[in-house]
Structures are given as structure tokens and as C-alpha cells.
Ligand binder design. Structure first.
Ligand code: TXA
Ligand code: MG
Length: 332
């Protein structure tokens, strides 16, 4: 593995590796991705192997412009109502942290999307990601650059320590802006629904296209899941190695701090708390909290604590995505 800067020359080297079927970890505005040529079965297999990810969990395909859609999307399989929603959503949110489920063209290898009739497509706003895609001349399949089930990477060094030996290049892009993964939204379902809460909130989507449903099950044990049921709905996911439990503010205030415990508060607790305490946002700012989320969990996870007790976020805006990650991280 070689760590690259985000200069054009370095991105060109990484792009050449992608074109040759190699693997490159790169920054996006949400979290770092582990990318390979979406049309190369060899690269796709390499992604699953590097992450130790089950083949029935489909990947997100990253593009750097709308011109790439025609090679990926089977437009005639999209209803005119869904097409209207698509047009509004991409106008409002692309490039940005919204992944759309669209009927896929047969040229895309089944490995990319677990044999499902639809593919997840995302246009990241990160300029380095866009250049990597453009310079490689490919659509890039990229899950988050972490071993399956583990914390998502918000810094290049998280990728170095978690997947360093398994990739050709890692592009240094600093800390990611949003810090939580993209919202995965299925416009092919009727009614359309959020499959994974993320960087674009339900409110924002509903302001654009009207009411949507949330399909976010956390009750499916990992070993019984398959693609046909609901990809990406794993009960335990996004987990630190340190056991994590989830609490309301009231519960946390009543629980005495145990020996070598870590606490993760959404906002500043009213009374001082002894021991290892981290706060997602001192002022309760949702964006700041989201950006700090995985970053702080990585740090807490490195401290050798016996457990992490985390406070629920308010359930609005990005708070829904934070709580979704905390619920999965706390499931055992
Ligand atoms: O922000 C992000 O989305 C990051 C960055 C790197 O772009 N990527 C990411 O990928 O989080 P990953 O693989 O960790 O999560 C992709 C999610 C999974 O929950 C997967 O099941 C779901 O998207 N997904 C992918 N393709 C799908 C499909 N065809 N139908 C339903 N869900 C799909
Ligand atoms: Mg992931």
C-alpha cells in the first residue's frame, strides 16, 4: 500500500490502478470508500475479499457526472412517477450524500449489486472522488473502507490501520466533512423509502418530493439475512470492538460511572461526569455531532475501555442517522 496526496498527479496514479483492476481507498464527503472498477468482476471480488463482506450485501456505484448514468440505469424500467422524483432529487441533492436505488442495466456485473434488479448509485460532492472517477474513466464501486461490520473511516489513517495491507493506494483527503454515510433511498419502491438514514435527512427529502417511508429494520440477525430480504439492514454493524450500550439522557444521569468506562454524550451533560467523557457537540449542533461521530468512536475504541455508554441523539435531521448507527453498534 502507498499513501498518496490529493494532487492531480497522485490521483492519476490511483486512477491508473483502478483502470487496471486494482483497489484504491479515497475520501468522499461522507466517509472514505474502498473503490474498484464497477465493471470489473476481479476488482469487485477484491473489494468483498478485502472487507470480508458477504457477497449478498450490494455495493454503491459512484459516478462523477450524469453522463455515466446511461451505462448503469435501465431507464425504461423506471416508472414516470419515479422518474419525476429522480429528477427533483438529483437537482436538489446531487452531487451530495444521497444514494439512489435505480433499475440496473444488465452490463453491470451481478457481483456489484448482489444479483438484485436494482443498483445503488451515488454522485459524491468530494472533488478528489470526482477526479478519481473521471481520470479512471470508470464508474467506481465503493463500500465504506472498513472491514465488514466495523466502524466507518473518517480519516485516511483509519483506513491505513484497518485495511492498509489490502489496497494498492490510499488517497489522503483529511477528515471527511459529513462523517456519516450517505442516505440510501429507494425510488423504485412504491411508496418510496429510505433504506439507510444518512447525510440527507428525511425532512430534506420530504420537502422535495412529499412523504416517504423509512425502512430501517434492526431486528434481523446477521446470519439469517440475504439480499432478497433487505440488504444493508444488518442488526449489528458499525460497531467498535469495545462493547457499546445505548441510553437515554435520563438513564445515563442515573447510572454511576463504572471503572474504566467511556461515555459518549450527544451534547454537554448538565452535571460534570468523571472519567473518559466525549461529547459529539458541546452546543448540540447536529452537523458537528455527525462529523465527530465515527471519529470519536474510533478514538474511544483505541483506549482499552471496558465499555462505552452512549447517549441517544435527538431523533430529527441527522440525529436519525446517528441513532441508527448507535443502535446497530450496540446490538450484540
Ligand atoms: O456514504 C456512503 O454511502 C459510503 C461512501 C464510501 O460513498 N459508502 C457506503 O457503502 O456506505 P456501504 O457499502 O458501506 O453501504 C452501502 C449500503 C448498504 O447498506 C447496502 O446494503 C445498500 O447500500 N445497498 C447497496 N446497493 C443496494 C441495492 N441495490 N438495493 C438496496 N440497498 C443497497
Ligand atoms: Mg459500510
Amino acid at each position: 500500500m502507498e499513501l498518496l496526496s490529493s494532487s492531480d498527479d497522485d490521483i492519476r496514479r490511483a486512477a491508473a490502478a483502478i483502470s487496471a483492476g486494482g483497489l484504491v481507498a479515497f475520501p468522499t464527503e461522507t466517509v472514505y470508500g474502498l473503490g474498484g472498477d464497477a465493471f470489473s468482476s476481479k476488482a469487485l471480488a477484491g473489494i468483498f475479499e478485502a472487507k470480508n463482506r458477504p457477497f449478498f450485501d450490494p455495493l454503491i456505484i459512484h459516478i462523477a457526472g450524469l453522463d455515466a448514468l446511461d451505462s448503469l440505469v435501465k431507464w425504461d424500467a423506471l416508472s414516470s412517477a419515479a422518474r419525476k422524483k429522480f429528477d427533483i432529487l438529483i437537482k436538489n441533492f446531487w452531487p451530495g450524500p444521497l444514494t439512489l436505488i435505480l433499475p440496473k442495466r444488465s452490463g453491470l456485473p451481478d457481483l456489484a449489486n448482489a444479483g438484485l434488479p436494482a443498483a445503488a448509485i451515488r454522485f459524491s460532492s468530494n472533488l478528489t472522488a470526482q477526479k478519481l472517477i473521471r481520470f479512471s474513466g470508470r464508474a467506481i464501486a465503493a463500500p465504506s473502507a472498513n472491514p465488514f461490520g466495523c466502524l466507518s473511516p473518517t480519516r485516511a489513517e483509519h483506513v491505513v490501520s484497518q485495511l492498509g495491507s489490502k489496497v494498492d493506494f490510499i488517497i489522503e483527503g483529511g477528515r471527511t466533512d459529513i462523517g456519516l454515510e450517505s442516505t440510501v433511498f429507494d425510488i423504485t419502491a412504491e411508496p418510496c423509502r429510505i433504506l439507510r438514514p444518512g447525510g440527507i435527512s428525511r425532512d430534506e427529502i420530504e420537502k422535495s418530493i412529499g412523504p416517504v417511508e423509512i425502512f430501517s429494520r434492526t431486528d434481523i440477525p446477521n446470519d439469517t439475512l440475504n439480499a432478497a430480504q433487505s440488504p444493508g439492514q444488518f442488526k449489528n454493524h458499525y460497531a467498535p470492538r469495545t462493547p457499546l450500550s445505548l441510553h437515554t439522557s435520563v438513564e445515563l444521569a442515573a447510572l454511576p460511572v463504572s471503572q474504566n468506562e467511556g461515555r459518549l454524550y450527544f451534547s454537554k451533560p448538565p452535571d460534570a461526569v468523571p472519567g473518559t467523557v466525549r461529547i459529539l457537540s458541546g452546543t448540540g449542533d447536529m452537523k458537528e455531532a455527525a462529523a465527530n461521530f465515527f471519529d470519536i468512536l474510533h478514538e474511544l475504541d483505541s483506549l482499552g475501555l471496558t465499555c462505552i455508554r452512549a447517549e441517544q441523539a435527538p431523533q430529527y435531521g441527522l440525529g436519525a442517522a446517528i441513532n441508527d448507527r448507535l443502535r446497530r453498534a450496540s446490538a450484540r
